[in-house]
Every structure is written in structure tokens, then in C-alpha cells.
Design a protein around this ligand. Sequence first.
Ligand code: EPU
Length: 417
Amino acid sequence: MDKFIIEGGKKLEGRVRISGSKNAALPVLVSSLLADGWSTYHNIPDLADIRTIKKLLANHGAQMEGQGETLRINGGNIVSCEAPYDLVRTMRASVLVLGPLVARMGQARVSLPGGCAIGARPVNLHLKALEAMGAAIELKEGYVEAKAKRLQGATIYFDISTVGGTENILMAAALAKGITRLENAAKEPEVVNLAETLIAMGAKIKGAGTDVITIEGVDSLRPCEVSVIPDRIEAGTFMIAAAITGGDVILEGCNPEHLEALVMKLREAGIAINPVEGGLRVQGAPEIKSVDVKTLPYPGFPTDLQAQIMALMAVSRGASVITETIFENRFMHVAELRRLGASIAVDGHNAVVKGVKRLKGAPVMATDLRASASLVVAGLVAEGKTTLARVYHIDRGYQAIEKKLTALGANIRRVKG
Ligand code: EPU
């Protein structure tokens, strides 16, 4: 397993290009299963999770070709409606094939994703919504088996705002008979990117980006050509990395509108953030002020940046309270940040972070993608050497992060193992 070795203390300076969004690309690529013919997708990031979704789509019979950031997929000829345990276990987002397969093929057998490091993460709301649309659902031998001659439009109220649930049902409803109304729908930009993709395929969708989405089902969809939005979490991670090192970085190709909650918090912490031609400039401050942060569904502060901002608060002046409201177990990075000298106490959903003058390098290990990112961010400012094990977590969601950081002046290298 690869490791990162980071020698902290270098200011990040220069420009970094933000890649396409992992969490937008996954559902957008899955939507290829809804149409017959070749669709073209631009700005696809080169990531382990994208390779996993390609494997899954190929397993269903999709044909693929592509170069660099452009991928062409023909999902016309579906040969298997089963998403096997091995692929779903590797990546929970595989469950997104459920809605499209039932809608297009009338059936699907999808392995039930288990829990993961950050929480139990059930998919009960995806299943409840499909049932409301007339699907017969059974759980057998660890698999969800869903059947429906043709899904019927329905009014669905999501008890919790769910990104994956909203995406799954958007795709299912696009081919259902009649009108589906999603209430308390997720408003994340990734949901909007998927809705725009479906609209480009001929779907009739209104309200994406608000908490009520209406979908008028159509009989068939056509291929499309679309671009995936920039990755707001990658952008946010680089902003925090620039801030923690007192650096001066321009993020190219990000969408500032998607980053408002983070921008507000960083400004409160004393970091200067200004739009510049083609991007956003982040300039660190000699002293970071402590700010309280509470994760919330979009447009609130993203849970996927909670671990990284905690690393920043670990070296702030004062104390901050970080509250995680989306996942029940997303503080696994705390114990590792403590190994670097951070002073953090956890009480249920709250972490109280008392800023320290400096962090000191140490061997650390991550349990999930964003936890790894927070340890990289902390390692960039920690005195001496930080060795981060299990880099495969970070490879799931950050394209060439060590190369991008090196280009900004960081001292970070990958050791193959
Ligand atoms: N939930 C349920 N039942 C459901 C669905 C969700 O109880 O049927 C709960 C979850 O357990 C969680 C909350 O609702 O407590 C929100 O979960 P959501 O469904 O919104 O999350 P997701 O779709 O599984 C996506 C991202 C995550 C991101 C969350 C929240 C993808 C592939 N994943 O997950 O990204 O944290 O939304 O914004 O889009 C990451 O990239 O590191 C990552 C974990």
C-alpha cells in the first residue's frame, strides 16, 4: 500500500487546476444506462472511484471509449441487471444503478451496501421511494431485488435530505409513467448536474437545486453530451491547504458559487479570498482565527470538508466547536490529528478544537477519503515528517493530489508499497 511522506512547513504558492467532481461524475456516468446510443462526458476526473463505476457499467453491458477527461459511453445494450457485492463493497455509490435499471429494464439485483467508516449509511429511503413508484422490493441474501413492469410517478417525501436517494429516484422517475414529485429533495450542485444531464437526454425535470423537484416521465431518453462540474470538495481542500500554510494560491476552474459556505468561514477565520480572472485567490493570514462550523446539507457547510477545516482549526488562535450533523461517525480523523499534536475533545456530534501553536509530524493513518485529506492538510503545516499510510483512500477522490501539491511548492512524495 502506498504512503505519502510530507515534510511540513512550506507555503503553498501558485495556481492549481481543479478537476471534475467525483460525486457529480458518478451519477452522470450511471445515467448512460438510461439511453440507447453513445453519450459524451467531459471533465471526468481520473480517480479510483471512476474506474470502479466504469467496471460496474461494463458489467451491465455498457460500451466505453475515451481519452483523458472525455469519456464516451453507450449504455444501450444492457446484458446484466446485477450489481455484484464485490463492486458495491468497493464503492457505495454503485447503488445508483438501482433506479435506472428498474426504470429501463423492469428489474435490478443490487448488492446492499454495508456500513462504512463514517456511518451506517442505509439506503432505506431509496427503496421506500421506489416502492412508492410501484416497484416490488425484496431483500435476499444481501441483495436488493427490485421489479416493476413500469414505474409510476408518485409524490415522495424524503425524511432526510439524501443526495444519493434524490439522484437514484431522479433517474428512475425520468422514465416512469406520469409525474413524480420529490419533496425535501437534496439541493447539492451534483444533483443539479445530474438533472441537467437528464434534461439534455430529453427528460422533463423542474426544480433541481430547490427542495421540490418535479419530473414528468417520458417513454425514452436519448444520448447526450455534457460536462461534469468542477469538484467543490477538491477546491475546498486546496483552499484550506493554502490557508493553513499561510500561502497564496489561485484555484483555476472552480465554481465559487458552490463554495460559499466555506468562503464565509475562511473569511471569518481571517483568510483573504477574492475572485480573480478564471478562478479564486486564497491568501493565508499570519494568524488563523477560530470559527465554529456545523455541517449541513447544501448550501450549508459540507460534511466532506469537515475533517479538513478541523485540521485548520487545530492551529487556530482560540477554540472552535465543530458539529457534524450528516454522518454519525465522521470524527475518525480526530485521533490521528491528535497524533500530530492537535488538542481536540469529542462529545457526541461535537468536537471542541483548541488551537495549538504548532503541529508536529508523526506517522498517521486514514480511515476514509476526507479524513486522509485532512491529514495531508495537517501534514503540510506540521513540523518535520508526517507519514500518511493507506493512501488508497485519497486516490478514490483526489486526482494526483501529491503532484498538484508539489507544483504549489509542498514537500510531499508518494512511496510505493
Ligand atoms: N440516509 C439514510 N437513508 C437513506 C439515505 C441516506 O438514512 O436511504 C442518511 C445517511 O446515512 C446520512 C444522510 O442520510 O446520514 C445523508 O446521506 P446521503 O444519502 O445524502 O449521502 P450519500 O448520497 O450516500 C453523498 C456523497 C458523500 C457525501 C454525502 C453528503 C456521493 C457518491 N457521495 O453520499 O460523499 O458525504 O452525499 O453530502 O455523492 C465523499 O465524497 O467523501 C462522500 C462521503
